[in-house]
Write a protein that binds this ligand. Structure first.
Ligand SMILES: Cc1cc2nc3c(=O)[nH]c(=O)nc-3n(C[C@H](O)[C@H](O)[C@H](O)COP(=O)(O)O)c2cc1C
Length: 183
């Protein structure tokens, strides 16, 4: 697919079903993720790929977290518990912050955000679909500890991956003049 066309036609899908990408396809996707700009090559981004039993494990972690929230409603516990089943694959975006005299924490997180976009674009190029989600389950120390992350590591988000169920939503036409100025 033409590279620019791939960017222009990428769209997020809320409903994702099988098939999900194969291991060799995901290897390409993660290679692309690791080509995100990365000041001083600190390698702040890593990924946890979740499928099959892993989805059940993630669901249990989300449920355990929900039960730590005071006065949480049963429907919210169910919502968190069911969240990982919204796609056949989830990629957890992990950021590891390193001390560096020239590269502040925000730049390291921006690099992981760029890696997430590379993941979305690579999946689109391979004919799959995805949606990047955060919510209460991202930036969440309880979930991070259950995934054995270290003190300098944080979950920046979740990319839900699969094949779009149904037709894609229409891409809005935006007027470039509303977003760009010239000096
Ligand atoms: C950092 C970040 C966090 C997001 N979190 C959520 C989320 O928790 N739930 C959600 O429905 N969409 C979330 N989105 C938005 C979707 O990923 C998606 O971009 C949005 O639905 C617009 O669709 P589009 O990507 O096709 O333009 C998030 C986007 C970003 C960049």
């Amino acid at each position: 697919m033409d590279a620019l066309q791939n960017i222009l036609n990428r769209v997020s899908a809320r409903a994702l079903i099988e098939p999900h990408p194969t291991e060799s396809e995901m290897n390409k996707v993660f290679k692309a993720a690791l080509r995100a700009p990365d000041h001083a090559w600190l390698r702040p981004s890593s990924f946890i790929q979740v499928t099959g039993n892993g989805i059940d494990k993630l669901s249990k972690i989300f449920e355990e977290y929900a039960k730590t929230v005071p006065n949480i409603k049963d429907e919210i516990i169910s919502k968190y518990k069911n969240a990982p089943y919204r796609a056949p694959m989830v990629v957890i975006l992990v950021n590891s912050v390193k001390e560096h005299p020239k590269v502040p924490e925000i730049e390291q997180k921006l690099s992981t955000a760029a890696s997430a976009q590379n993941i979305l674009l690579s999946l689109n190029a391979l004919g799959y679909s995805a949606i990047w989600r955060t919510g209460k389950l991202a930036f969440n120390p309880f979930v991070a500890s259950k995934l054995n992350l270290k003190a300098n590591q944080e979950i920046l988000g979740y990319i839900y991956v699969g094949t779009a169920d149904g037709t894609n939503k229409k891409i809005p036409e935006l007027d470039i003049e509303d977003f760009v100025s010239y000096l």
